[in-house]
Design a protein around this ligand. Sequence first.
Ligand SMILES: O=C(O)C1=C[C@@H](OP(=O)(O)O)[C@@H](O)[C@H](O)C1
Ligand SMILES: C=C(OP(=O)(O)O)C(=O)O
Length: 426
Amino acid sequence: MLRMEKRDKLRGTVSVPGDKSISHRAVMFGAVAQGMTQVDGFLPGADCLSTIQCFRQLGVNIQRVGPTSLHIEGRGWDGLTEPDTVLDVGNSGTTIRLMMGLLAGRPFHTIVTGDESIGRRPMDRVVQPLRLMGATLDGRSDASFTPLSIRGGGLKGISYQSPVASAQVKSCLLLAGLQAEGRTQVKEPSPSRDHTERMLNAFGVKVDQSPDGVSVEGGQVLQARDVQVPGDISSAAFLMVAALITPDSCVTIQHVGLNPTRTGILDILTKMGGDIQVAPTGEWCGEPVGDITVSYSALKGVEVSGEVIPRLIDEIPVLAVAATQAEGRTVIRDAAELKVKETDRIAMTAGELRKLGAQVEETDDGMIIEGKTALIGDQCDSHGDHRIGMAMAVAGLVAKGGVTVERPEAIDVSFPGFEAVFSRLS
Ligand SMILES: O=C(O)C1=C[C@@H](OP(=O)(O)O)[C@@H](O)[C@H](O)C1
Ligand SMILES: C=C(OP(=O)(O)O)C(=O)O
């Protein structure tokens, strides 16, 4: 159980663990690059550890040389070897979908599976386009769900209009495309996070952007390079909302990734009236980085919809917590993707917040939240979803009597040390 007591203030300067999306990509790109990649600031969360384990099973030597540092001996595209056991991605959607793109180009057989949550998440969104490129895939419900088997090789480039704005789909196809004959192009309804494009560039790969989408020419080789991973803005979001809703708070979060495809949460919290100062400090491996200072603010309800949704998709559970403390109505739309994350995050966020007395209505593609509500502490459940567990813990900071979170171990998926960071704020 995790206990979060009501606090009268949160003050101090902290940092958050490395960005999860960038940490996954550093391992995968390092694995297929030529030469040695050193990664610093790596997120040692359960999801990224699953990625390391899968690539070790594919024959890659990955050494943990410090708590957040890795050495990866790149093997080039042709150096990956057929694994002799099933690859287990645990809880990580990013691991399975990006790795499928890499494996689609490899002329061997792999079986990939994950935990119960992964077993419910749609894989047809990558399986269908990979089949169009020529990969052979099979699995439950015509390979819509894990366990999946893949036999790759002999790919041809395609031009693909993705029905969803998903960096996992886009990245999967670009990684397959680099091993395909000709050009592979992906267009999406609105821009998703572009860490793959930026890191491929940093590894010497040419990625083209045009109004028709993002594309790569097959046959390009990745050159190893060192990667410094910025703090994860999705983890920082829990601290930002905590500081905004807890009276008398002022919290600075250092070295946070500020990639514009991820900063929707800064835009929306500012629109809600939040006092948020951003001080850019540099660029790490093509990713802008800076310090974020957040002070307690009187928030107001807003509408959240359209192109900002993919730019804050993982922050919506904690944004809903902020909305319970904002005056007026917050409407979140266009976020049906939340239903196919680790849990149905619309149902889980609404259900858990209602336990604390919040007024939250679920809709088909989001939520309607009426504020401001005085929350009353209770026992909440992470439902095995890290972001739900952390969002409810943040709600505990303002709930009378605090909040107890059941199944808090899920938090280790993306934010090991979550509780310790909060105890450092006085
Ligand atoms: O590419 C990535 O690293 C991620 C993309 C997003 O998923 P989708 O691509 O399914 O939107 C996000 O929710 C996930 O936490 C990480
Ligand atoms: C959805 C998430 O991750 P993934 O898709 O990698 O499981 C997340 O971290 O919120």
